[in-house]
Design a protein around this ligand. Sequence first.
Ligand code: PLP
Length: 482
Amino acid sequence: MALSLRSSSTIPPCLRFGGEFLGLNSSSEPTFRSLSFTSHLRSPSLTSFEGTRLVKPRVVSAVVREQIGLDPMELDISLSHRVNSVKPSKTMAITDQATALAQAGVPVIRLTAGEPDFDTPAPIAEAGINAIREGYTRYTPNAGNMDLRRAICHKLKEENGISYTPNQVLVSNGAKQSIHQALLAICSPRDEVIIPAPFWVSYPEMARLADATPVILPTSLSENFLLDPKLLESKLTEKSRLLILCSPSNPTGSVYPKRLLEEIAQVVAKHPRLLVLSDEIYEHIIYAPATHTSFASLPGMWERTLTVNGFSKAFAMTGWRLGYLAGPKHFVAACGKIQSQFTSGASSISQKAAVAALGMGYAGGEAVSTMVKAFMERRDFLVKSLGELEGVKISEPQGAFYLFLDFSFYYGTDARGFGKIENSESLCRYLLDKGQVALVPGSAFGDDSCIRISYAESLTTLEAAVERIKKAIISLRPAFPV
Ligand SMILES: Cc1ncc(COP(=O)(O)O)c(C=O)c1O
């Protein structure tokens, strides 16, 4: 039997079937038309259900048809234009590669993760455990429990100087969901989403998933990767619907000073269609003298700003999956409508834990400030030690737990037994190969000259990583010896 799979749609390059590369059309997009799967895809027997489950589902259905005496069918396996327009996350790809190496026994140091290496503080964990013991294990209101939304309103008023009522807050399964829902609720096809680069990997892809067009505005290391209001002004049109700001930033650690945000606000204020999504998830991980300003607190900006925050980073709660969005009721209700048909309310247990997190004191109290102190020590160590490498450029991060370093000095060099270092991706592959340190290429964040180091790891691990990086980098030779 041969199962014929047919599609005329384009598919992303990562999709290969039966190990066959499907070729490129004239516009360099991979396409496939008709593929035949033969014997090797038929092998699992129907009598072994587990066996059939290991095979791609489309094959199972053909096997089923054959078993019940029907002719094999032609199955259309084309995917939606949405999924075809989205790139898979490069951070996840390199993390998975490094994890696979580690599982195979290679002593890889992984500095790719976007999550703190600390455990969730005890009072938060206790609140989660108590929630289970006390039976808070049922569905919650779609927008989140009232006690949590009240606590969020209190926090936003006290720490950020922005006033919201509970019906202007929507709790979701992580800030990622909050951001995605906001894009889905706000953007129409062909709307433009303005994203300063380097950006968090998901923003452009989320814009594409919402059928909007990401418009990337470059920034430079010499300007601490901060958006130039004049550049912003020059790129805004009537199609511009949403500006995404992230401060402190992933991947650069830059913090927008209040003065610069005020200048940006003046530009934004000239455009009646333009909204702002302010991603403040790293708010508490900030190093003095830098201070955090919420965009919605600036004059005239409350009406057009959606403030996103969450518990993953500052409270070391990545696995609890809890974030929130606050803004004018009209927009928040629209996001809630999407959530109601999507996931419904977030985990009841995590919400009880989040109330405890917000009760730990201003900016997370001592538990959070202890973590921030450790992050700052690590930042100082990395900035100093990697700053000693010839040609590497650094903008000292003011927040978050990432260092975004310009390594482009080494592009074009030759690595013995590896080949040429051409870009951030080949440099990261080289460092993984030679130095056994996993880092994320800057191209994932829209800036190929840099690579990202996450310092959510102990100082001892970072010391070992720096030694390996230095050793690997020093052995790079110019492509053409002089
Ligand atoms: C800038 C930024 N925003 C949002 C998120 C999403 O956080 P979560 O969904 O864990 O709340 C992340 C996570 O890496 C991030 O780096």
